[in-house]
Design a protein around this ligand. Structure first.
Ligand code: SAM
Length: 224
């Protein structure tokens, strides 16, 4: 079996034991295969919208000992599952936050049986939190990790009510509480990037400057 990244292992750590899983954008089906090898899930759908990754997921699953328990499907987002699949956990990882929010929005009617969403946006995490916040999902855990020079956030949500403040939408309620070293380093870097952008905006563009200053102030507030 291929070596699974720390990022995927961390995502896997939030998958409940014995669950029926849909992995949206499964690429090589690494995550379902890893979870099967761990004896952590009972059934998985590896969903892929692009033919190349779909074929590679099919090959990987066919060559594995788990072809009876992983269904590879060519489908867009949450349309990979039907009611009969009785999926309890959905993972959407390794994509932009806007795309993840779009997939959730388009497929929300398919989420009835789903008890847990595990989402790992590569960026725009606030858009994912905003979708969860306004669609009856509450964050139950968050994790931030760094691998190969990149920082990733993992958001775990379950059906429930939660109202997030603007600060929590941007920084994450659990990550804000924890303020780990990785979190601090990520936002310090963002602060530097925004300060550079600000330095290049002429004084007459006061609206643009104010927008950036507000973002920098929020980071400073969180980091002090
Ligand atoms: N989920 C894996 C991971 O985290 O390592 C693979 C991430 S890969 C960068 C993103 C995958 O999502 C690609 O294989 C892409 O084809 C697939 N994808 C993008 N949009 C999708 C959609 N709407 N439905 C299903 N798969 C999608």
């Amino acid at each position: 079996m291929e070596i699974v990244s720390e990022r995927l292992k961390k995502i896997a750590s939030f998958v409940p034991t014995g669950t029926r899983l849909l992995d949206v954008g499964s690429d090589h089906a690494y995550l379902p295969l890893y979870l099967m090898a761990q004896d952590q899930i009972s059934f998985a759908i590896a969903g892929e919208v692009v033919d190349g990754p779909y074929q590679s997921a099919r090959r990987h699953v066919a060559d594995s000992a788990y072809h009876h328990a992983i269904d590879v499907r060519l489908a867009d987002g949450l349309s990979a599952m039907t009611e009969e699949d009785n999926i309890q956990t959905v993972v959407i990882a390794g994509m932009g936050g806007r795309l993840i929010a779009r997939i959730l929005e388009d497929g929300q009617n398919n989420l009835e049986s789903v008890e847990r969403l595990i989402l790992q946006p590569n960026n725009s995490e606030d858009e994912v939190r905003a979708w969860l916040n306004s669609h009856g999902y509450a964050l139950v855990a968050e994790q931030i990790l760094s691998e190969n020079g990149k920082v990733y956030e993992i958001l775990v949500a379950e059906p429930g009510e939660q109202t997030l403040s603007d600060l929590e939408l941007r920084f994450g309620p659990f990550l804000l509480q924890e303020k780990s070293d990785i979190f601090r380093a990520r936002w310090r870097k963002e602060d530097e990037k925004l300060s550079q952008i600000l330095a290049n905006i002429p004084p007459e563009k006061s609206g643009e400057r104010q927008f950036i200053i507000k973002q920098i102030d929020a980071i400073k507030e969180v980091l002090t």
